[in-house]
Design a protein around this ligand. Structure first.
Ligand code: GLN
Ligand code: ZN
Length: 765
């Protein structure tokens, strides 16, 4: 009798101890030869598969592993190598592959961008440079390897044609049909060869199907899948979507594939509603993504079984696959190494490895009956309720405050127009004031100091003394350079979220909870597990010390509530909106403490505001509204004379400009230098009439720009923005730059500002 199968969509590549990262970096630095590197990598890949095999997962993905990124894998498989890289056809050499990812002498790297709404970044394929050909059948190789080495009948994973096309660049919309015809034979060949090899399943990832699709998209998609189905009639193709509910459900479920994968975590309500309204075809398999592939919490297994029970009135059990909502790439590898976390938290966590257990357990519950896993279900209930009922999640004062959010002050006393005059009178800043975004170079010296302090070699006093020296040194430097609004330099912070997380209640930090962000770079996001609460001032000491050294204003520097939220793993028992308000209220206390300590310019950074936008446009406004409210809750209670700044690291600005304006910051600084023309152009249509600083040079490059370049940028900006509201600053924090570059560039920047002041003076006289 056939029964429900368990399945996985993708597994973290990085290895339990980030072996993958280490292998890549050793290879890049020339410490390891290609042959040895390939061996190391093969070991990691096979270990990942073995683990899934040992867990008893029925459908194990193969080909999801990568030497850098799966979009780059697909592009190079199709020989899509831009002309600036060395390539003579055939299989793309590893050196070229990495040159595309990382750049090389004389050839800039391919663009990298966020994979949907995750913190994973992929390499953007360039379609205008080469004609696609199938240089190697990577899914086939992966399938063979798993079969031969481990006896696994794996499920090859490929990026679907439509998603691949939509995420690529270098073509115009009228070329889409031609490109589809070029790519289709490659896809059909891949599938035909897999079928011939004896593969059973193939997972075709089409996450683009959760974003708005037009009618014209649908007919293309129908054509693509009709062709693919014909090419490999015996393969069980699973059309996999994730990260939200699918659009055009009725059309998609009619596609000639064996199964449809839906996300029942992030698109739960809408996907469920579509099944309830339109049913599910009785000849298809439903791949039900019920375990969260994006978060780190144990699932409520009883609730998941209830959900499956509901689904079972539309799909019979033998047509059901139990799986994570997306690839497990987005969660850390295993909780086994977390020895420092409190048991009540640790017990409630599930990283990739533990999620596989959840998947097989649920599958067993369906196949054998709930009673066969009664003990596990009971212990699952117990750990979840222990955390939920713990004091961490039941802070009465925090919950009362967020329950009454509407009654809390979220608007400044006076309008910006009124504040503007008041602040001009108070601050007496020159025309085109100059400032920086907050951080100064985190030199080896600074990092070593922190290490010494963390491992106890230095006393806290020694460390504090060191930080003060750095602050003193840079305050003197800023004065000497002639900057108008100074900063303390953020020397005491490794990371702008971690720093605040460590000082607020409600956050925890793993020892090994790494997740791939791009290439070999991994991040270890904080966990917001309890009610967030302010304990004591977090930034006042350093900022007030800096202010004590100078007559010029020192700008306080905080990370905003939405950025803290978006760069953390967040508890899922309450809404993100609620968590955002909790953080906002904690930050408000910090803002007030700074103001009380005489810091009357305060910058609240929100570089991650934009990246939190939901995938579907229709959900944007709700997110923006609560985000704006959170920002305002943290900044609104200051005096009219106190100047609130904010900073954002991107330039796509126009489509959310109303919300940016609604933040009601006195001054915003944004990153622009890498797409200056575009941004300034957008200000022609959308006026911005509060203080604004457009980054006048690119801090991501070590190059020191010339005065002429900066002057030109400022001139163009001043044509569309009100000069009296314009600020001059670099486009982001300077922590990654060297000291010499920083000083040289800032000197040029101040010089450019002086030039404009002289011009203005001359015009008046
Ligand atoms: N204040 C922060 C810094 O200067 C801002 C960083 C950011 O925008 N990512 O480093
Ligand atoms: Zn920035």
């Amino acid at each position: 009798m056939s029964h429900t199968l368990s399945s996985n969509l993708g597994y973290p590549r990085i290895g339990e101890n980030r072996e993958w990262k280490k292998a890549l970096e050793a290879f890049w630095s020339g410490k390891v030869e290609e042959l040895a590197f390939n061996k190391q990598i093969e070991q990691i890949r096979l270990d990942n598969l073995k683990l899934q095999q040992a867990k008893g997962v029925d459908l194990i993905p193969v080909g999801d592993f990568s030497l850098y990124d799966h979009m780059l894998d697909t592009a190079t498989m199709f020989g899509l190598v831009p002309k600036r890289f060395p390539y003579e056809g055939g299989v793309v050499p590893l050196s070229t592959y990495y040159a595309m990812a990382r750049g090389s002498q004389g050839a800039t790297a391919c663009e990298m961008t966020k994979w949907f709404n995750t913190n994973y970044h992929y390499i953007v394929p360039e379609l205008n440079e080469a004609k696609p050909t199938l240089t190697v059948n990577k899914p086939l190789e992966a399938y063979r390897e798993a079969k031969e080495k481990l006896g696994i009948d794996g499920k090859p994973v490929i990026i679907g044609l439509y998603t691949f096309l939509k995420l690529s660049k270098g073509y115009k919309s009228d070329q889409i049909d031609a490109l589809i015809e070029e790519l289709l034979p490659l896809y059909t060949q891949i599938l035909a060869e897999l079928e011939q090899e004896g593969a059973t399943y193939v997972q075709i990832d089409e996450p683009i199907f959760v974003q708005s699709l037009a009618k014209s998209d649908i007919s293309r998609i129908q054509h693509i899948y009709a062709t693919l189905a014909k090419a490999a009639p015996n393969l069980k193709l699973i059309l996999q979507t994730y990260f939200d509910s699918v659009e055009h459900y009725e059309d998609l479920i009619q596609l000639p594939v064996h199964g449809i994968g839906l996300d029942f975590v992030h698109g739960l309500e809408a996907n469920l509603k579509q099944i309830q309204s339109y049913g599910f075809p009785s000849d298809k398999v439903l791949a039900a993504g019920i375990i969260d592939g994006r978060n780190i919490w144990q699932a409520d297994l009883t609730q998941k079984l209830d959900l499956l029970h509901m689904i079972s009135s539309f799909v019979s059990n033998d047509r059901l696959l139990i799986q994570p909502s997306s690839s497990l790439l987005h969660v850390p590898v295993s909780t086994r190494k977390e020895v420092k976390l409190e048991p009540i938290l640790l017990d409630a966590l599930a990283f990739a490895e533990q999620k596989l257990d959840e998947i097989t357990l649920i599958t067993k519950a369906i196949n054998v009956g709930k009673t066969s896993v009664a003990a596990e279900l009971a212990s699952n209930q117990k750990v979840l309720s222990a955390l939920n009922t713990s004091a961490y999640r039941n802070k009465r004062n925090v919950q009362e405050a967020t329950a009454n959010i509407a009654s809390l002050p979220a608007a400044r006393n006076s309008s910006f127009t009124a504040r503007r005059g008041i602040q001009e009178a108070k601050w007496q800043l020159p025309f085109l004031p100059t400032t920086t975004i907050g951080s100064f170079p985190q030199t080896i010296e600074v990092r070593n100091a922190r290490k010494n302090w963390r491992n106890g070699q230095w006393t806290p006093e020694q460390y504090e003394q060191f930080i003060q020296e750095q602050i003193g040194h840079w305050i003197a430097l800023q004065e000497e350079l002639g900057l108008d609004v100074l900063v303390h330099g953020e020397f005491e912070r490794t990371d702008m979220v971690e720093f605040f997380g460590e000082k607020l209640v409600g956050f925890a930090f793993t020892s090994n909870g790494w997740v791939q962000s791009y290439g070999s770079r991994c991040v270890k996001p904080p966990i917001i597990f309890g009610d967030v609460e302010f304990v004591e001032a977090m930034t006042v000491k350093e900022t007030a010390y800096a202010q004590s050294l100078t007559q010029k204003p020192v700008k306080g520097m905080l990370t905003g509530p939405i950025t803290i939220l978006n760069w953390s793993f967040v508890r899922s028992d309450i809404t993100r909106e609620q968590v955002a308000y909790q953080i906002a209220l904690a930050l408000r206390e910090e803002v007030e403490a700074l103001e009380q300590a005489g810091i009357e310019m305060i910058q609240v950074d929100e570089p991650a505001l934009r990246e939190g936008l939901p995938l579907k446009k229709q959900d944007w406004q709700a997110y923006l509204d609560w985000s704006v409210l959170a920002f305002r809750l943290s900044t609104a209670t200051v005096r009219d004379t106190t100047q609130i700044h904010t900073h954002m690291c991107y330039c796509e600005f126009h489509d959310i400009i109303d919300s940016i304006r609604a933040l009601d910051a006195d001054v915003i600084s944004i990153e622009t230098s890498r797409s200056h023309g575009e941004l300034i152009h957008s200000f022609e249509e959308h006026t911005y009439d509060q203080g604004i600083g457009l980054g006048v040079y690119d801090i991501h490059s070590p190059r020191v720009p010339s005065v002429e370049e900066m002057v030109e940028m400022i001139e163009r900006a001043l044509q569309v923005l009100e000069p009296e509201l314009f600020w001059i600053n670099p486009d982001c924090g300077l922590k990654t730059r060297s000291k010499e570059e920083t000083i040289a560039s800032l000197r040029v920047m101040v010089e450019a500002a002086k030039l404009f002041r002289e011009r203005k003076l001359a015009a008046i006289q």
